[in-house]
Design a protein around this ligand. Structure first.
Ligand SMILES: O=P(O)(O)OC[C@H]1O[C@H](OP(=O)(O)OP(=O)(O)O)[C@H](O)[C@@H]1O
Ligand SMILES: Nc1nc2[nH]cnc2c(=O)[nH]1
Length: 189
């Protein structure tokens, strides 16, 4: 992250709300019902891996909604970043933390804020498979609509669609700011 960073209030002035808090809450609840159907009959709880930092608010909401559905999950997290506080992603994914729980023979649910070009999830999913996970599913709060997504990756559970613009709020940052906004905003170009 380079300093001084652009001001969040100026970004908000040149942004539109694409999904408000109520819409997001409804989408999370609906997604949780689908995910619960996937895991409810399992003897062992799935390993619920939050992709930090952006995935944190969504993961918290989703985990509680799964609890409401009567489905337990085991918490884990990883931190992989390729944007590093900037508005376009670098070529290299930096791993800042890997899960410490053994993944062998476990069902894994990867939970993140956004699937954009897919490079982050592709690398993370492959790593989980290499660790011997029984299966790896992907839940994202939002998927960005464009045709630049990496081949071989898609989300199994999607809450909402966002336009092909830089978005922030609900976990997603604008130069490391605005992650705790309840709505999702898109920058006007
Ligand atoms: O589909 P992609 O184009 O690969 O982008 C998606 C990734 O980008 C963001 O992470 P970022 O690298 O900004 O790290 P952060 O979660 O710490 O903000 C977001 O949280 C996803 O993990
Ligand atoms: N905050 C944010 N992070 C992203 N990571 C990939 N795409 C985006 C985006 O549009 N906004």
């Amino acid at each position: 992250m380079s300093y001084p960073r652009p001001a969040l209030n100026e970004a908000l002035e040149r942004s539109d709300v694409v999904h408000d808090a109520n819409t997001i809450a409804d989408a999370v609840k609906e997604m949780a019902a689908h995910i619960a159907d996937e895991y409810r009959d399992d003897v062992q709880a799935p390993l619920f891996i939050t992709v930090m930092n952006g995935g944190m608010p969504f993961a918290a909401d989703l985990a509680m909604a799964l609890g409401d559905e009567g489905v337990d999950v085991e918490f884990e997290y990883l931190h992989a970043t390729r944007y590093r506080g900037e508005t376009s992603g670098g070529a290299r994914l930096a791993w800042l933390h890997r899960p410490q729980t053994a993944l062998r023979d476990r069902r894994v649910l990867l939970v993140d804020d956004i699937l954009d070009e897919g490079h982050t999830m592709l690398a993370v999913k492959r790593w989980c498979e290499d660790q011997g996970a029984a299966d790896v599913r992907i839940a994202v709060a939002a998927v960005k609509l464009h045709d630049r997504c990496a081949e071989g990756i898609e989300a199994d559970f999607v809450g909402l669609e966002v336009p092909d613009a830089y978005v922030f709020g609900y976990g997603m940052d604008y130069h490391e700011q605005g992650r705790n906004l309840r709505a999702i905003y898109a920058l006007r170009n």
